[in-house]
Design a protein around this ligand. Structure first.
Ligand code: TXE
Length: 488
């Protein structure tokens, strides 16, 4: 296997690097697949300076929306042309099944094209009702230099939930990708230059979160920080932003409820339950990891979910038939298994799985289903970020709303019922930024994602996600002769 060596991407080029590196081993095979530069605070400083210079030059920020859209659409074309390579990088570095990696890269293309179109519609408002000779223009401008910190579970997809939206608005960016999965981010930055993006507009500095991530989020030269990752680090980033009075957007963890009423299409809901927790190895912020099933159908429904889970194919992520690949690294793998142990110790009923899947040297976890989980248990409350489903039975709508909202998180929730009244009532009463009915982990570039409570704030994607990268400036304009205000 060829090992990919990367350095930082700053001012439109890969820099020479002979410092320390972060070695990435495939979590599936244990082989070294990539080495990234392990950056220092000085590397971030250089990248922020490059981004500031590029922003102030106006070479990007003052182009027309149409010109910016042309570059972004060329970038989308180049991502498509490099589809197989990017998919392979995602599979090697994350351990996720290849069919999901294909979905990620296709998603990245769609997000880029959608964001390109938004740049052409970047508009403000005009007030002409302020009295004779008075007009106000509320102008929408790019927010400036943006710091982006991204996680390892969807390296290219989450990157492109942010970057093309920032670029379409005229911002320049410095990205700090996860130290586990920096490859696709560095490759996409280089493709952006090839697409015609001016130097210094899209910079990437790789390395450790506590070193380069911390410097980026502390940096006084950054105008806005958009972060996706754990609630713990998110809190730290918010504290840093207070020092510099900088706007932030936080996409943090989740512990979503997936609620199945007895009147649902139960075949579809069984599929939905599996998709909800096993998609992307369960390493997904919008996983439906808490399944609630109405008691009258619970025994049969839960037995079907457990049987189907036990039949899923765990193993080589490059195999098209694989359902669940390898956990991101040994540490996380251990954490997932510790959560499983806590479920057993705290009295949940293990229906299937519960152990490591013994497949070579990879970090594989068997698909695991627990029944009779209660709100006091750790597996009910904590984001496990692995293929572990907790199941709880309920009788009434009121009861399940209380159970679903009993969470520090509020990112997404799901409901299955054929009764529109039930769907509407539940959707309105669930405390989350996102609710889906009779489908699960669905999405489109035009739909904003946001969280409430411990899941964060701010928007990703959609018009609202685009507007995060803009700010309003009010121009109050007086025309014609002006009457004196003081004296005569
Ligand atoms: O996240 P971290 P980790 C959750 C999930 C997972 C847990 C830990 O529950 O098990 O978080 O994952 C950078 N200043 N999610 O440890 O550490 C880091 O380098 C600035 C949910 O990977 O939050 C990486 O680029 N940046 C989630 C990014 O922050 C810092 C996705 C996220 O890493 C930093 C991932 C610091 N001090 C994990 N320390 C979601 N919402 O989808 C680290 N980083």
């Amino acid at each position: 296997m060829t090992v990919r060596d990367y350095s930082h991407y700053i001012s439109g080029a890969f820099e020479a690097w002979n410092g320390e590196t972060v070695e990435r081993r495939s979590p599936a095979s244990g082989e070294t697949v990539a080495r990234y530069a392990s950056g220092t605070p000085a590397d971030i400083d250089r990248a922020v300076t490059a981004a500031r210079k590029a922003f102030e030059s106006g070479d990007w920020s003052e182009l027309s929306g149409m010109e910016r859209a042309e570059v972004l659409n060329r970038l989308a074309d180049l991502i498509q042309e490099n589809f197989e390579r990017l998919v392979r990088i995602e599979v090697e570095e994350t351990g996720k099944p290849i069919r999901f990696a294909r979905g990620d890269i296709n998603g990245a293309v769609g997000l880029t094209r959608y964001a390109a179109s938004l740049g052409m519609q970047m508009a403000g408002t005009t007030y002409t009702n302020l009295g004779r000779d008075r007009t106000a223009l509320i102008m929408r401008e790019p927010v400036g230099v943006v710091g982006l910190v991204t996680p390892w579970n969807f390296p290219a997809l989450i990157l492109m939930q942010k970057v093309p939206f920032a670029l379409a608005a005229g911002c320049t960016v410095v990205v700090k990708p996860s130290e586990f999965t920096s490859g696709s981010t560095l490759e996409i930055a280089a493709l952006a230059s090839k697409a015609g993006l001016p130097d210094g507009v899209f910079n990437v500095v790789s390395g450790k979160g506590t070193v380069v991530g911390q410097r980026l989020t502390d940096h006084p030269g950054v105008d806005f920080i958009s972060f996706t990752g754990s609630t713990r680090v998110g809190r730290n980033v918010i504290e840093s932003s207070a020092k510099n009075i900088v706007k932030t957007s936080m996409e943090l963890g989740g512990k979503s409820a997936n609620i199945v009423f007895a009147d649902a299409d139960l075949d579809a809901a069984v599929d939905g339950a599996l998709m909800g927790v096993f998609f992307n190895n369960g390493e997904c912020c919008v996983s439906g990891s808490r399944l609630f099933v109405q008691s009258t159908v619970a025994d049969d429904f839960i037995a079907r979910v457990a049987r189907r889970a036990s039949e899923l194919k765990v193993g080589d992520p490059f195999d098209d038939k694989t359902d669940i690949g390898a956990m991101i690294d040994e540490n996380h793998f251990g954490k997932v298994l510790d959560f499983v142990k806590s479920g057993v110790a705290e009295g949940a009923k293990l229906l299937t799985g519960g152990e490591a899947a013994k497949l070579g040297s990879g970090h594989y976890v068997q698909p695991t289903v627990f029944d009779h989980v209660t709100p006091s248990m750790t597996i009910f409350q904590e984001e496990i970020f692995g293929p572990v489903l907790s199941v709880t039975r309920f009788d009434t709508l009121g009861e399940v709303i209380g159970l679903a909202n009993d969470s520090q998180y509020g990112l997404s929730n799901y409901v299955w019922s054929k009764n529109i009244d039930t769907v509407m009532t539940v959707s309105r009463r669930l405390k989350s930024g996102w609710v889906q009915a009779n489908t699960i982990i669905d999405g489109a570039p035009q739909l904003p994602l946001t969280g409430v409570k411990g899941s964060g704030f701010g928007y990703e994607m959609g018009q609202a996600g685009f507007e995060e990268f803009t700010q309003l400036k009010t121009l109050f304009l007086h025309t014609g002769p002006r009457q004196p205000v003081f004296g005569s």
